[in-house]
Ligand binder design. Structure first.
Ligand SMILES: *Cc1c(COP(=O)(O)O)cnc(C)c1O
Length: 432
């Protein structure tokens, strides 16, 4: 129908589909949902208003919608062993706003991971509600190891006496010591909250320890490692259930998007199957191979290693190329990556020295160890070619030199590497 009635839009969708098929997605936080999830997402459930919760709606004729939402909730509970789940939040802001609104008062103190260490700007940014309405005090990673120093976290907590402690990250590649966070929170009488937007998929099948059993409240995206439709959910202990539900609706959101909730239910069902366990295990295996090969090729990895599905790779101190140059060259080769500040980064936020990589999207295409080695090789060769041309061209190492992207010989070399990426993409299609 769309093809006949809105060819302009169909053309755009097809262009994007082609891009997704012909690039290897290494941007941390992007993944591919199944066809079934896509189908549920465009279903007629989008037509229905259903303010409220199952059996407590402000509109009539919600019996079917109630079953859809209850199904999503039951599956999510089973997957994470959660006492209570709210599947309505649309994205980070409403989900986390609901938690703050539900259990804190404006002006309360929250202890969270430092923003200037290059993690995610969501919690505590001065322009975000969290930074405007609450007092956010940071903890840091150790200057030597770049790992979170839990003794330091405890010291800050004892001094600051926060009402809530927040364990979260979106670029930290080591595992979290949830139990120690719990001890610290109990010592100062704080609520313990975790934002597991990135690692939820790995937690669902026990590849990483499950903080839902340890923390009071846990929020997560549904579209990152979980490979579900775009959205969020909140899991919490029963004693916070009322506060959280009331804060989501009517506190922050109104009409829930039931088509998305249906798509979440489909995806939760997929994640409960053993194939998903194979998938997340492979995600971590792939990340370790990629990290190992890059380290062997002289790239530095922040915090020394990866315990999960992502890593921050230094392109500057190892090869004297900047992120800006590296990202552009990698894009031309067909490897999608994104920049990230690192703790104590000497360079600026808009042109830092680090690239963040993750393996969940490539693993959804069932690329495995051999392909990761190939990707590491293509990545390294791209950066080496870049270094070579940059050096001959400018001899200026610390500034981005985008003029080399006019050089035909340089572009030719990238073209050769792109053929290798295309060959991989053809062998591992996203949607068959
Ligand atoms: C991805 C991410 C966000 C942003 O989520 P949206 O889905 O874009 O709203 C916020 N916080 C953390 C920790 C994240 O990883």
């Amino acid at each position: 129908m769309l093809k006949t009635n809105d060819p302009i839009l169909v053309n755009l969708i097809e262009k994007e589909a082609k891009r997704q098929e012909t690039e290897i997605e290494l941007i941390a936080s992007e993944n591919y949902v199944s066809r079934e999830v896509l189908e549920a997402n465009w279903s007629v459930l989008t037509n229905k208003y259903a303010e409220g919760y199952p059996k407590k709606r402000y509109y009539g004729w919600c019996e079917v919608i109630d079953e859809v939402e209850s199904l999503a909730i039951e599956r999510a509970k089973k997957l994470f062993k959660a006492e209570h789940v709210n599947v309505q939040p649309l994205s980070w802001s409403p989900a986390n706003m609901a938690v703050y609104l539900g259990v804190l008062k404006p002006g309360d103190k929250v202890l969270g991971f430092s923003l200037d260490q290059g993690w995610h700007l969501s919690h505590g940014h001065p322009l975000n509600f969290s930074g405007i309405l609450y007092e956010i005090v940071p903890y840091f990673v150790d200057k030597e190891t770049w790992e979170i120093d839990m003794d330091e976290v405890e010291k800050i907590a004892l001094k600051e006496k926060p009402q809530m402690i927040l364990a979260w990250f979106s670029a930290y590649s080591r595992d979290f010591n949830w139990k120690r966070f719990r001890e610290i929170a109990d010592k100062v009488g704080a609520i313990l909250m975790a934002d597991i937007a990135h690692i939820a998929g790995l937690i669902a099948w026990g590849v990483l320890e499950n903080p839902v059993l340890i923390c009071d409240i846990v929020t997560t995206t549904t579209h990152k490692t979980l490979r579900w439709p775009r959205g969020w959910m909140i899991m919490c202990k029963e004693k916070f259930a009322k506060q959280i539900d009331r804060a989501v609706f009517p506190g922050v959101q109104w009409g829930p998007h039931e088509n998305l909730i249906a798509a979440k239910a489909v995806a939760f069902g997929e994640a409960l199957k053993p194939e998903f366990k194979e998938y997340v295990k492979q995600v971590v295996k792939n990340a370790k191979i990629l990290a190992r090969d890059l380290q062997e090729n002289w790239f530095k990895i922040v915090s020394g290693w990866t315990d999960n599905h992502l890593m921050l790779v230094d392109v500057f101190s190892s090869f004297w190329v900047t992120w800006k140059e590296a990202e552009r060259a990698l894009e031309l080769v067909g490897l999608s990556t994104n920049k990230n500040m690192i703790p104590y980064d000497p360079r600026k936020p808009l042109d830092p020295s680090w690239i963040r990589l993750w393996t969940p999207a490539a693993t959804t295409r069932w690329m495995k160890e051999t392909e990761m080695q190939k990707i590491a090789k293509i990545f390294t060769e791209t950066i080496k070619v870049l270094k070579e041309f940059k050096w001959y061209d400018s001899k200026v190492e610390d500034k981005s030199n985008m003029e080399i992207f006019e050089n035909k010989e340089f572009l030719g070399k990238l073209e050769d590497l792109k053929k290798e990426v295309l060959e991989l993409c053809e062998r591992f299609p996203v949607y068959k």
